[in-house]
Write a protein that binds this ligand. Sequence first.
Ligand code: AMP
Ligand code: MN
Ligand code: MN
Length: 345
Amino acid sequence: MTPDVRDRTERPSRPGQDGQDPCAVPESAWRRALDLIGGADEIALACHVAPDGDALGSMLAVGFALRSQGKRVVASFGDVVFEVPRLLRFLPGQDLLVPPAEFPAEPGVLIAFDSSMSERLGLLRPSAEAAREVIVVDHHPSNVGFGTVRLIDPRAAATAMLAEELVYRLGGTLDRDIATCLYAGLVTDTGSFRYSSTTPAVHRMAARLVATGLHVEEIARELWDRSPFGYLKVLAAALDRVVLDDRLVWTYVTRVDRAAQGLPYTELEGVIDIVRRADEAEVAVVLKEDDQGAWQVSCRSKGGVDVAAVCAALGGGGHHNAAGFTSYDSVEETMARFRAELRKA
Ligand code: AMP
Ligand code: MN
Ligand code: MN
């Protein structure tokens, strides 16, 4: 049986409605979003650059729902090299994607996913700035409040929780394709239901998604349990130069490391999860050099330090325990700036 998301008996709780808390998104915002979507023939969807499972999964899920409502849908993300990361290529709905160059320059209605600020849209940022209406679907506490309609719930474990709500309100049916996209978002952002963001509402949502018949094991393997062989060599290089410095554990991966193994940048997402294991450290950092030569910095905390605040001070953002920023300085300079901000936190 495919549960219909409109069936409230299958939806005992929605994001933000678990327990006493009212949903952080006011009813008026949902209504305004639905009115705008209802009045548009074409909807442009955008998610943050270097998309993760939550960004791409939420966007594609809503894309499916909009298309089934007869809307023209264009979806994209604003990376200079437009390529879906290998670990997300299993997601259904990739035919909705167009390269940034084909994305409307002045959309009537644009929906932005999992982005705390318009800068996170990369090459699509000018489209968001020229759009008549921008509906922001997000869960970052650091969201700066861009856009004209804000479907933002900082308590939601993933943007996918808000995307599910939007699918439901659009009158969409939670089929296996939509559920697979939403599940990718939910498992990614809860660290496979390990982070403290994993509330009863998260598990209830997972139950609704799994009930559609999605392939839990296949999804997990695609997301975390496979890599090209070269990943092992690049990981070995990164671990070889890992440093434990007071309560900070950190390392870096260069373009040269990757080139030697023909390894794409997007294969590096899991490195931080290995580095952050070190018991002696409170904060973990991995600097990853992208194909343009910029350092994409991943930071993790065990709870005692708000790395979102540290990264925000360095031009980035994120969540209390998982955040990041971009640096154009050297490794040494970047780490010096990071340590200086860390001391203040
Ligand atoms: P990552 O380490 O890439 O998995 O990123 C962890 C979190 O940090 C993401 O969910 C984003 O919210 C945030 N983040 C990462 N990189 C940036 C950046 N350059 N600017 C703003 N936020 C970022
Ligand atoms: Mn994200
Ligand atoms: Mn997210």
